[in-house]
Design a protein around this ligand. Structure first.
Ligand code: ADP
Ligand code: ADP
Length: 227
């Protein structure tokens, strides 16, 4: 069971007079696939980064399964994050890229191998474990980035515009794969995009943001298919 609670979350960057996120309230259910949508600058990434612990929360309460996490360092949050620009290590093989976080956390070698091989199988990367990111397509790189998150078996999965560097055709294909992967790993997920179609196809619930605030929350059905 992994639920998350964001209560009256506010964020003000020190060098910015405006609030980047204001009075953000959201209760996320176990295994739920939440999508944040909204125009550039509306606070999607900032919210995600506060959940990951990569940005301080100015005020409010963030908890996972009822435990307050505001001051917990990122490595102790049991959260895996996939970035838009992949953030892969170019000099490392796919295997080592996927294994990196596990090595950092001192997992035993044979468990690392098993986890990487399992994730590679899910993502269709089994034949590519010895490649380096430079010799791969954008879609393959994005799979490696997801693999690096999946191997951790984290309770929470965060994705910040993971498909926005891919061409339209690949985006549609990867979207379907992300839905399948979510079914399979069942992690509570928050996915950030400015693409409404992505939001509608992937989300259990969509959070529509504007200027740092939540405008609407609902299922795709509730938000877009009103009679
Ligand atoms: P989105 O992900 O929806 O594009 P962001 O969360 O990146 O939005 O940004 C929300 C607001 O916070 C914007 O007005 C942006 O300019 C501001 N902002 C983002 N990062 C910083 C920062 N490091 N310092 C100051 N202001 C920032
Ligand atoms: P170290 O960081 O200790 O030098 P390596 O990164 O070379 O270790 O490898 C760690 C473990 O993962 C080793 O047991 C190695 O056999 C295994 N391994 C590395 N690359 C692959 C791969 N492409 N497929 C399967 N196992 C691999």
């Amino acid at each position: 069971m992994t639920t998350m609670s964001l209560k009256n979350i506010n964020k003000k960057y020190p060098n910015n007079d405006a609030y980047s996120v204001e009075n953000f309230n959201l209760e996320i259910k176990d295994k739920e696939f939440i999508v944040f949508v909204g125009p550039s600058g509306c606070g999607k990434s900032t919210t995600l980064r506060m959940i990951a612990g990569l940005e301080d929360i100015s005020s409010g309460d963030f908890s996972i399964d009822g435990v307050r996490m505001n001051d917990t360092p990122p490595k102790d949050r049991d959260i895996a994050m996939v970035f838009q620009n992949y953030a892969l290590y170019p000099h490392m093989t796919v295997f080592d890229n996927m294994a990196f976080g596990l090595k950092l956390r001192k997992y035993p070698k044979d468990e690392i191998k098993q986890r990487v091989e399992e994730a590679a199988a899910i993502l269709g990367l089994t034949e590519l474990l010895d490649r380096k990111p430079a010799d791969m397509s954008g879609g393959q790189r994005q799979r490696v980035a997801m693999g690096r998150a999946i191997v951790r078996d984290a309770k929470v999965f965060l994705m910040d515009e993971p498909l926005s560097n891919l061409d339209a055709k690949l985006r549609v294909q990867m979207r379907a794969e992300i839905a399948k992967i979510h079914q399979r790993i069942g992690a509570t997920t928050i996915y950030v995009t400015h693409d409404q179609t992505e939001a509608m196809t992937l989300a259990d619930r969509i959070v529509i943001m504007k200027l740092g605030k939540i405008m609407q929350i609902g299922t795709p059905q509730e938000l877009y298919n009103k009679p």
